[in-house]
Design a protein around this ligand. Sequence first.
Ligand code: GDP
Length: 533
Amino acid sequence: MSVLERIAQQAELRRTFAIISHPDAGKTTLTEKLLLFGGAIQLAGTVKGRKASRHATSDWMALEQQRGISITTSVMQFPYNGKVVNLLDTPGHEDFSEDTYRTLTAVDSALMVIDAAKGVETRTIKLMEVCRLRDTPIITFVNKLDREGRPPLELLDEVEKVLNLKCTPITWPLGMGRDFKGVYHLLEDRFYLYSGDKHRVSEIETIDGLRAPGLAERFGDVYQTLLDEIDLVQMAGDGFNLDDYRAAKLTPVFFGAAINNFGVRELLNGFTDWAPSPLPRIAEFNGVEREVYPQHGKFTGFVFKIQANMDPKHRDRVAFLRVCSGVYRKGMSLHSVRLDGPVRVNSALTFMAADREAVEEAYPGDIIGLHNHGAIAIGDSLSEGENLRFTGIPSFAPDLFRRVILKDPLKAKQLNKGLDQLCEEGATQVYRPITNNDVVLGAVGTLQFDVVQYRLQDEYSVASAFEPVTVHCARWVVCSDPKKLKDFVDKNELRIAKDHYGELVYLASSAVNLAMAKERFPDIQFLDTRTHV
Ligand code: GDP
């Protein structure tokens, strides 16, 4: 087999995705169960347990320990159903940050987890908006059916209305809560029965046929309800259509109880059968945009996340790169398109849950971690020498803002240096108002501010405090007519700032203020995402 054939074959097997959900919907639990079914962890093992038992096996783990964060669980790879699955963790809870958003630019599809009692929640809505930027296909898992939740039809209706995504149920619950008996698989015409056993992974009772004899006697009312609901579902929809799923026009929906391993295997089967393999990515080459296909013979990729070591003795950072084309081989030399020169990496790491060290090659869809001393920034494209620059790795307008107070005015230079570096890592966004010397930080999660404050002190010896500022949101402002843009800036200079890259930003004081600015200046575009250059 030629190298090109091998790349094409390996790319075709990859399924690279992330889970989107609101905190507590069950993302961690589901991740653990996916790894369990993928054979990556032992029965009853937990993601946390796996981390602990592998500590001290490599320097990598030491780094992880120092920071008290998990780098290895950032990317999990396991084989399933003849495919190679790459699951990218999206930081949740209080670590919620721009990384969460940007990770979604590195996947080819996403899995949305919804709590059956709570339905569509705020974080999910936000993450869906990011998925929509690239029309990322979504598979939905409605979790916690072992508890009393909302009626399934109502939940699907909410997904359709709130997220504007058509639902096609693949499985349907037979009862719920104390009466939860299992699910019916609409495509297989088969019941999977629920035993409530946490440890059951393989054998599970199934019954073929929606109207198999004896079901009414065995399950009573919940069976009749299911028949009625299936009727409604079949009347309302056209069934599953792979092209529509891939075009992000519909989401196949599975029901289950992740905590009891239930419904997860069916989900994983559907996912590996339908989710897209690595898609072409848009890159700029000599000023012209073109698509780079995974089968392109030369290695290319882009950096979507940087994780810094907090130990000041090692200024090491790990850049997470998504391979877009070609093959990465350990030790190969890498070209930075931004710097137009080689980048040195101290070591590279590929992620294979079974045996990390043994992996020597990474293919399109895979993620590699590159250890470096700051030569790599978020959004960077790396290649074998070609100046292919991937576009569309966006910055996201933050929701939270603070003004930086410098405790020692003589440290202004260090402060700016530190903030610029932290900004390049994606730890925060920095805005400098054009009419004064303030520095305003933006973030999507409050923990980001704590990290910035800590690292300014720790790595740059700058003591700082952050105080509230009357900024409701930040919007990049652009206009095709430079005169109109200048007029807008002149008339609003108190609310205009420049971001780290020198781009103009409007810092609105309130939602009403933003709405009024839009109304008064209809030719100005107010953007909530901006592509890195
Ligand atoms: P995350 O915040 O989305 O990662 O959610 P977790 O996986 O940590 O789950 C949040 C809580 O919901 C935990 O207490 C889990 O044990 C519980 N949970 C997760 N899946 C299920 C489920 O299928 N049924 C029930 N009853 N609880 C669940």
